[in-house]
Unconditional design. Sequence first.
Length: 213
Amino acid sequence: MIFDDISEKLQAGRARDVKALVQQAIDEGISAQDILEKGLVPGMNVIGEKFKNNEVFVPEVLVAARAMNQGAQLLKPLLAAEGVKASGKVCIGTVQGDLHDIGKNLVKMMMEGKGLEVIDLGTDVSPETFVETAKNEGCQIIACSALLTTTMGVMGEVVKKAEEAGIRDKVRIMVGGAPVTEEFCRKIGADAYTSDAASAADKALEFCTELAG
């Protein structure tokens, strides 16, 4: 089945092959939603699980994600035309004062792999920017990353600003990064801490489904 081929080539990080197979599936009249949900997403899920279990590492994940993006680019206009809505919307960024982005990029790719729409705010993002974006774009989730102990405190500010803006009941705040812990997450009043990118994507999807219900 072509879906299996797409999934396998994606896992192998063969972007050109993935693109060709996705185009072939489109030409065969397969719906963009089916190609995404039965080909690209399962492939990315396998990579996510393997990453969780230390069977593959960051370089393999990045290569697989690049392959997924090649396929997804072809599907985007078709998904819009089919009226397929993303399962949720996330704004993600590395907090103010911190310029590390590998972890954030991995989480973003894993979330996109789950069919979520992700607005990437980049690095050195102020609490106000997180909250304004979530408010203006109707995001269900704010995802904050930090790699430095000195910048972790900014995450608490994001929670406070969300409360001040009156969106705290509508938005889930997720935190992650090397120095961040479950205890810290609870202390600042955030909603979830995950220790790796694949778990973050699972949790984000769970939150979006809950909020939609």
